[in-house]
Ligand binder design. Structure first.
Ligand code: SAM
Length: 308
């Protein structure tokens, strides 16, 4: 299978490669270009795959989040003379059309983020979408992702899972997403910073209950990798040890499946109470509970005075 894959990849590269002597990125019209989405290590440089090195070597231009960081990676891989362009959250929309134009002219563009897979809580989605819309072939060189690595080492059910990225830091949207997590039966994967993990674990504990199990995977693939597995209440108590510098992922075990039938007033009231305790207004809590439990907003609203 690996051999077949290589052939397909090579063929694309040949089709997208510039004739000798052409300036990089400017190719003959009518030659199909290519966008290669390249995964890079999330901490351990040994995870840079040979295919990733090959794709970066062969690209006419590498779109990267931080040119300094990608230069270091390329220097580690012994790649010299690459052409870079920076592509980060605040310039991706503005830069995508020019990159698509280069690809439409035959160039091969590789996209990398600072670490892991581009487009997973990282830049990349806009360029990928724009390339697809322009009829450019898009391929991936899969690499490490903190989300999947954390999910796997959590030990929770991996047969179905949801990726939440970073929760909003505050406000009604954060409360709505927390309320949805309280009833989510699939394993949930959340990115978080070490500085904010304490607040997020406390909020999860309040809304999902003390017994819900959670794993926190910190510094994956690095020398100080640690995986914490406990119930939410216990982990909240040891949170000071987690809030050191470093990168981490929270993996939340899914909620037990709901008993068949519509949620009764005690389910609705309990969730309203938890959200009101977290500082939600009655209106915000009712909206979040309605979305999470699939009940009319008015019913949740009317229960508020009884649970206060
Ligand atoms: N695109 C990346 C990926 O596929 O892994 C994720 C980028 S996102 C901006 C960065 C977040 O990923 C961090 O805040 C942290 O939650 C998680 N992360 C990245 N590297 C990590 C590591 N080595 N260990 C644990 N979490 C990590």
């Amino acid at each position: 299978m690996a051999g077949d894959d290589e052939v397909v990849y090579e063929r694309s590269m040949v089709a997208g490669k510039l004739p000798a002597g052409s300036p990089s990125g400017i190719a003959l019209p009518g030659r199909p270009g290519l966008l290669v989405v390249v995964g890079t290590p999330i901490g351990n440089l040994g995870d840079l795959s040979p295919r990733a090195v090959q794709a970066l070597e062969r690209a006419d231009v590498i779109a990267c989040e931080d040119t300094r960081r990608t230069r270091q990676l390329l220097s580690h891989a012994g790649i010299r003379g690459a052409a870079f362009t920076s592509l980060y959250a605040h310039n991706e929309a503005a830069k995508a059309p020019a990159l698509v134009e280069q690809m439409a002219s035959g160039a091969t563009v590789a996209i990398v983020s600072d670490a892991g897979m581009p487009a997973i809580s990282d830049p990349g989605s806009l360029l990928i979408r724009a390339a697809i819309d322009a009829g450019i072939r898009v391929t991936a060189v899969p690499g490490p992702s903190a989300a999947l690595s954390a999910l796997i080492v959590s030990g929770f059910d991996t047969s179905r899972f949801v990726f939440e990225g970073f929760l909003p830091r505050k406000g009604p949207e954060r409360r709505r997403q927390l309320a949805l997590l309280a009833v989510e039966t699939r394993t949930a994967v959340l990115f978080e910073s070490a500085r904010r993990v304490g607040d997020t674990l406390k909020d999860l504990c309040q809304i999902c209950g003390r017994e819900r199990r959670v794993a926190v995977a910190r510094e994956l693939t690095k020398v100080h990798e640690e995986i914490w597995r406990a119930d939410l209440a216990s982990l909240c108590c040891t949170v000071d040890e987690l809030t050191q510098l470093g990168e981490l992922v929270i993996v939340l075990e899914g909620a037990p499946p709901q008993t068949p039938g519509a949620p009764d007033d005690s389910d609705v009231g309990a969730m309203m109470a938890r959200l009101l305790q977290q500082g939600a207004s009655t209106k915000e809590a009712a909206a979040a509970v309605a979305a999470a439990l699939g009940v009319p907003r008015r019913r949740a609203y009317e229960l508020a005075p009884k649970v206060l």
